[in-house]
Every structure is written in structure tokens, then in C-alpha cells.
Design a protein around this ligand. Sequence first.
Ligand SMILES: Cc1ncc(COP(=O)(O)O)c(C=O)c1O
Length: 435
Amino acid sequence: MRASSSDLAARRRQTLGPTYQNFYDQPLHLVRGEGVRLWDADGREYLDCYNNVVSVGHCHPRVVDALCRQAATLNTHTRYLHASVVELGEMLVARLPAGIDTCVFTCTGSEANDLAVQIARAVTGNRGVVVSEASYHGVTELTRTLSTDSYPAARRPDWLAVIEPPNRYRGPAGYDDPEAATRYLELARDALDALDARGHRPAALLIDLVWDSNGPLVAPGGYVNALAAEVRRRGGLVIADEVQSGYCRSGANWWGSTNYALEPDILTCGKPMGAGHPLALMATRRDIAEAYAERCHYFNTFGGNPVSAEVGKAVIDVIDDEGLLDNARETGAYFESLLRELAARHATIGDVQGCGLFWGLDLVVDRDARTPVTREQMRRLCSLIVAEGVVTGHSGRYGQILKLRPPLVFARADAERAVAAIDAALARFEVEPDG
Ligand SMILES: Cc1ncc(COP(=O)(O)O)c(C=O)c1O
């Protein structure tokens, strides 16, 4: 690391404290981005194969222009009339799943999920919430409690029902099980019965439709809607957390919900909406919005401000004009084919899961036993990959998933470069997994 970067790392430790972590053994000091490219303080160029926040690419000129123009004109909040936030709402409603016609803007996905669960509790009168094992939904007190990957199971409140995510590689029903959907549904029913026995009815199912913190995963056909029906039968609403699965990520549709023909009662989104600018959404049906408004009003000082709204509009325009949904599907399919070829060459890759431009390699030290690599080993592998010039990250219940989730402007040549870098890094890793 160059001297000025190591000095910055020391000052950061001193000032920002231990809560902030770095991805790699040698912290990456990035100073510039453009499209899928990043540059560090030494001028070294990297391919970004991880950051979905910059959905339409780093520093997209149309997004930057929209931001600068509005910032130079006016920035206020939703207590005044302004066209931009209304126009953004209209653009979103035209793209949202059927029945979702009302938008409330926040700054983060955490705020959007927090509000969604507050609304579900208020309108159903129930307290219970259903989430997946190893889920992640945010950092407010409520959403952290709903993030089962963030704290020990012994501390879970009695109103939380935790269900098994549909992991066909590691879960109780595998790829070869034709009854997988039923099996996962039965497990969910057991968790709901246990919730009932603890004296709680569900207010909501909060479901990430790509199970990012577990995968990404793709659920067996029929599972999502059967689960939604079960929760609704017991009085709960369905909240689709589309922070990860939304905004064309899956390549098939704008929303992960649509991939499963799910019509959620509430949908939340965040990260990709502002391509790097803090903009997030809680959207719902009018009857739910009205029932909640009878109880209280919502005002978020920065949520839906004119600058954020202009940025949000520009992001949607870029997605449409550059055909990024088609790109996520077509480049995503090519990326998948390269990753499957890679898996055939490396015994460390136990499974390839995902869709569109969101892929996960489930890495193992023993393919037969499916023993996951350790978190330390994964950190080492990611450091080896970044040394090859490609930025990746990791997730998973055991930290064993190499997460590949680039901006939607990722091209075929980028997919080839990413796979070549992972190939080279895996070759080194397989010789010395512990460094
Ligand atoms: C599925 C999911 N929901 C919610 C959040 C929280 O969003 P934010 O970090 O914008 O608060 C995240 C963030 O990673 C997420 O992945």
C-alpha cells in the first residue's frame, strides 16, 4: 500500500473506529469510477464485479448531470409541492408489480423495511414477522432484529418466525428433489405454528427474493406463492424486500417478485435506485396506505427530495434507453456459462447459483462433504482476486459464497475478464488456501 493510503487507513482507524471494516487484506483505496471500472490511488484500474449500488455504472454522466442540475436549482423536501418526486413516483408505479400504486420515499433500504413492517403491524394488528435464516434487512433496531445473520439465535424475540431459505445445494431439499417446494413450505408452516404457539400471529412475511445473504438463491417453482398464501391465510401481509432483487438485477423482470408471479402487498427497494445516491422506496397498495395514514403520517426530511428524485428518474431513463434489463439477461446468461465452465475445472466450486447479473459460487474445501471454506479463506481468495484486478465480495450463511453482482452495464468482455481473474486466483488459492 502506498504511504498516503496506509496513513489514511491509520487515520480512519483512529477517527472512525473499529465498526468500519475493509473487504480485503490490503484495504482498497479507490479514487475514481466510470462504468464498470474503478481506479485506486496508484492509478491501477479494476473491474467492478460486485457493486450493485451503482446500478447503471459508476458516475453515469446522465445521472451526474441530473444531480448537478437539480442541486444547482433547488433542494427542499416533500412538505412542498415539487414535480420531480411526483414524476419519479409515476415512473415507478408504471413498473411496479400489479396492485402496487402508492410510493413513499426514504433514504435507505433499512428505513424502507422499517416503515413497511410498522405499516404491516399497524394495519393487521399482529406483531409477528416471518424472515429467513441468515437474513439481512437493515440496521435500524427493528430491521436488525429482522436480520438473523446479525446476532445469535438465542437473542431472537418471541414474535420472530425464522424459516429455512430455499437453498437447493445446502438446504434440506436439493436440486434432485421434485417435492422441494412442498418440503420448504412444510418447514415454514412448522415455524408459523411455533409462532402461533408463542402467542403471535404474523403481521408480515419479509422476503428477499434473491436471498442475497444466503446466496443468491433461486427458489423451486411454486414455493414463493405458496408461502405467501400461507402467511396471508394467517392474517399477515407480504413484504417483498427488493433491495437486492429489484431494478432488473435478475435479468428476467424489473422485480424479483415478478419472477415468481408474486403480487406483494408492500415492496421495498433502495440501493440501485439512486446509482450511488441515497434513495429508497416503500411502495404499497392504496388501501394499505390509507389504513396507515389514518393512524399516522410519515415525513422523512431527505426521502424524496428533488435532487434524489431527479437522480432516480435519470437512473430509470438510463435503464430503459441502454436496454439494461436485456443486458442483465443476455450478458448474465453468458456469464453463467463461463462460471459453469469454471466450476468444471475447480473442485473448490461446489455450486453455481443465481440469475441475471447476480451469481454466487458456493466454495468448498471438500466437494463430496460440501464443507464450506472458512470466512478467513474467503477473505484471502477475494484478496487474491483483487490482486488480479477484479473487485468481488462474499456472503452466505457460512461466509462461503463468492458474490458476483456487477453494475448492470457489465459487458461480455467484462464477464470474460472476471472469470479469468477468478480462475487465476483459485489456482493459487487451491495450492495454499490458508495463505
Ligand atoms: C436485502 C436487503 N435489504 C435491506 C438492506 C438495507 O439497505 P440499506 O443498507 O440501504 O439500509 C440491504 C442492504 O444490504 C439488503 O441487502
